[in-house]
Design a protein around this ligand. Structure first.
Ligand code: SAM
Length: 488
């Protein structure tokens, strides 16, 4: 099986070299004529189990800023390139101008998949993962397993959006006579997840492009020096007008270590830092919180400098300062954000004095010992309250995670039922969700792919909520330390 996989990968990399894709720093033309693979000079495909699975590793020491991969424009997939050589697809797309660019690309991807081995892009498409875990693919049980209202609501929104987009595109898919299987919502979710997690920004198509080989880079958060911008706000359908300066537009690019370069008509990728031979070469697709990573890419980072933990605030708190709501959060390490502290310091100041201390609060200064202590107490008390109201504790979640990790790959339904029965309510709910609570007859059958995917998503949900809770505990510790400093 593994040999077969390797052979397929080799032929894909050879096919990519023929398209002009190269990781060579030498002249592209002469390189392609002689090379069997588009990789090998700077990069190679490797497995990185702890950071994204399949990814690209350095085959030599790489210098920061060095170009490491170039993918010519002719190798990039957009709905335009797919319909260029397919008159039927071209005409059908033209009959549905109201569909968004992302819907069009999703339909095109399904249509191309329907061609199977006869698709010109088959050597590339066959390497797409078979399943994705973005929030829109979460079932009811997995959604509830997130436990945090904000996350559940984001998941509901993602599912509703995917459903609506699928319904809107249905007519076009039927006109294209897609096979029944490709017409399903499950197929739609697969294709939109592939697009959400693999496309790179290009200026001529809002849906972005699929980029063979270039989409094998796994993610790391942008350097702290990189200005942060909520890239997801663009994806959530907010107006492009909101980003009014060219600088902001440039930052909104999903992939910040690479971009399309007109002068060489290619997508070019650069090493964001120096790498040693064997290290995984990572890219920043943009600035994301962990929930946003889960929403768009189906994973998140244990250490994410851009993560934000939002806690419910009272309406009058929002009104006590002019900081936007999105800036009022707790960092992953438990520290309250600059804007949250500033807002709460003002809120804890008597209304009549707010004007006179406003400039101090907005510049990040503490206002007085009493003020600081009451802010810390408020944050701490509320973090405690949130933690208390969760259906499970950190300890229970940690135990659950170890149990999920212990589910063997070759698990049977009976074994799973036995394991889940030790986990109490959540274990039973999981069995119910995958239809295994009472199916004795299937006891010796191995778990289906669907059940395995569900376990993966459940695990992601538990891991995510555990990090959320840990940040709240760290925040309580932080508030305690600050308070003690004042009282000592
Ligand atoms: C552009 S693809 C990267 C290549 C991908 N690993 C593959 O095998 O096709 C993005 C996907 O890779 C995975 N991924 C990327 N970076 C990751 C990371 N740091 N940790 C875990 N998964 C990651 C996620 O599934 C994400 O949706």
């Amino acid at each position: 099986m593994e040999e077969e996989e390797e052979r397929r990968l080799e032929s894909f990399l050879k096919w990519a070299a023929e398209l002009g894709i190269t990781d060579s720093t030498k002249n592209q033309q002469s390189q392609n004529a002689t090379s069997h693979s588009c990789l090998g000079h700077s990069l190679k495909v490797s497995n990185f189990p702890d950071a994204g699975g399949r990814g690209l590793g350095a085959v030599r020491d790489l210098r920061k800023g060095e170009m490491i991969l170039r993918v010519p424009k002719s190798a990039l997939i957009t709905s335009k390139t797919l319909s260029f050589n397919d008159h039927k697809l071209y005409l059908a797309l033209n009959r549905h101008p109201s569909l968004s660019s992302t819907q069009r690309l999703t339909v095109c991807l399904l249509y191309e998949m329907g061609k199977g081995a006869s698709s010109w892009w088959y050597p590339y498409l066959m390497h797409f993962p078979r399943s994705y875990h973005i929030l829109a693919t979460f079932g009811e049980f997995e959604k509830q397993a997130l436990q945090v209202d904000d996350a559940i609501w984001t998941t509901e929104k993602a599912i509703a959006k995917a459903e609506l987009e699928w319904k809107e595109a249905n007519m076009l898919m039927k006109e294209l006579k897609l096979k029944r299987q490709l017409l399903s919502f499950t197929a739609w979710l697969w294709a939109s997840a592939a697009i959400s997690s693999r496309t790179l920004h290009i200026h001529w198509d809002e849906a972005g492009c699929l980029c063979p080989v270039g989409d094998l880079f796994n993610y790391d958060a942008p350097d702290e020096a990189t200005p942060s911008l909520q890239v997801s706000s663009l994806r959530n359908g907010e107006s492009m007008d909101a980003l009014d300066s060219e600088d902001q537009l440039a930052q909104s690019q999903r992939l910040t270590d690479g971009g399309f370069e007109e002068d060489v008509a290619a997508y070019c990728f650069y090493a964001r830092k120096s790498y040693q031979e064997g290290e995984q070469v990572l890219l920043s697709y943009g600035t994301y919180t962990n929930l946003e990573l889960l929403e768009h890419y189906g994973f998140f980072l244990n250490k994410n400098p851009n993560d934000k933990v939002f806690i419910p605030l009272e309406p009058k708190m929002y009104c006590s300062s002019s900081w936007p709501k999105e800036s009022l959060y707790i960092h992953q390490d438990g520290k309250p954000s600059f804007a949250l502290l500033s807002t709460l310091r003002l809120w804890a100041t008597p209304q009549s004095q707010r004007r006179s201390v406003g400039h101090l609060a907005y510049s990040g200064s503490q206002l007085s010992m009493d003020n600081e202590i009451s802010v810390m107490r408020w944050i701490s008390k509320n973090c405690h309250l949130i933690l208390k109201n969760f259906p499970s504790s950190i300890k229970e979640d940690s135990f659950l995670l170890s149990a999920i990790d212990e589910i063997p790959n070759s698990c049977t339904a009976l074994e799973l039922r036995n394991m889940m029965s030790t986990l109490g309510g959540e274990g039973c709910n999981f069995l119910r969700a995958i239809g295994m609570l009472n199916r004795e007859s299937a006891a010796n059958l191995h778990l289906s792919k669907k059940a395995r995917s569900s376990i993966e998503r459940w695990k992601l949900a538990v891991q995510w909520r555990l990090w959320y809770k840990k940040s709240l505990v760290d925040c309580i510790d932080y508030c305690g330390t600050v308070t003690k400093l004042f009282q000592s």
